[in-house]
Design a protein around this ligand. Sequence first.
Ligand SMILES: NC(=O)c1ccc[n+]([C@@H]2O[C@H](COP(=O)([O-])OP(=O)(O)OC[C@H]3O[C@@H](n4cnc5c(N)ncnc54)[C@H](OP(=O)(O)O)[C@@H]3O)[C@@H](O)[C@H]2O)c1
Length: 320
Amino acid sequence: MNVLIAGATGYVGSALLHHTLDRDYDVTALIRKNSELPQWQDHPRVRLYRADFTDPFWASGLPHHDAVISCIASRQGGVSDAWAVEYEANHQLLQWAQDVGVARFILLSAICVQKPRLEFQRAKIAFEQELLASEGLLEPTVIRPTAFFKSLSGQISRVSRGKPFLVFDGGRNTACKPISTRDLAQFMLDRLEDSASHGKVLPIGGPGPAITPWEQAELLARLCGRKPAVRSISSRWFDGAEAMLNTAAGISSWSRDKAEFARIAKYYATESMLVWDTDKSRYDEAATPETGSDTLRDFYQDVITRATSLDSSHHRLFGG
Ligand SMILES: NC(=O)c1ccc[n+]([C@@H]2O[C@H](COP(=O)([O-])OP(=O)(O)OC[C@H]3O[C@@H](n4cnc5c(N)ncnc54)[C@H](OP(=O)(O)O)[C@@H]3O)[C@@H](O)[C@H]2O)c1
């Protein structure tokens, strides 16, 4: 099989590229004009294709592929970039896929779009719907993962230096089943030849049970050999920031984006990354599918061990 991966320079896309090669598929990495993919530059089964989706002829040299997997996502997360990337770039990719008769299109989306309140979520949903509506012309699948390990790793450095783990509103109101890039990549690749997933939206988490921010704090402290220390902040802080920025949002796109960032932060501080049960109006841990075997505990341990060995050779991974 010949697979085109869009967003192959990203966190998930680059892991996906690696695991796609393990399965003996040929891969085209569709990357931006100025992006680098040095590790794969000379690999015999990786072809690089550089494109700018705003160029009307972006696909003029791109041959037919059996499958497309899109992992592209807005790096900035601002309002117009979200629509330009999450919707428009994917739309361009789908148009091309239909034109050349690609059979399979897998979209990496996110579980949070099930309760859309943010601009990037609306853009993602707009494309999800367009993709699913194209069933018949090709076989679409939407994958909505829970939180990635990287998203839960921002405080390893703090805790290892003896600082308290920061949580919102006590740290017990939200939870997720975090998933590693390896387990997610394997799950996505399994879908390539799984006809049962055609036309489906698939939420997916890593191995349970779900973990709260409070439990992350305890886990991390234990692994760092420290007593758990947690500092709680009110998520209402973001409401004040958003209100202030909103007053200027009409006149400046900078303020508009910053107000959106405050809404994004509030969203992740207050919403779980688990399947939402609309009838019961609550998140449902048991209904959140699991895959793989990589655990957050092992990931934290690995980061701490590497940091410690780097530190002992007089390098500092963690600043301060
Ligand atoms: N973080 C989480 O916990 C989480 C959880 C669930 C789902 N998700 C979703 O998973 C997806 C992938 O996330 P990620 O962390 O792998 O993203 P990422 O590391 O930010 O990678 C984004 C990719 O998209 C490419 N890209 C950005 N703008 C582009 C443009 N205008 N044209 C072409 N390519 C462009 C980037 O290329 P460059 O390298 O050139 O910038 C990069 O390859 C996102 O949709 C995200 O919402 C995230």
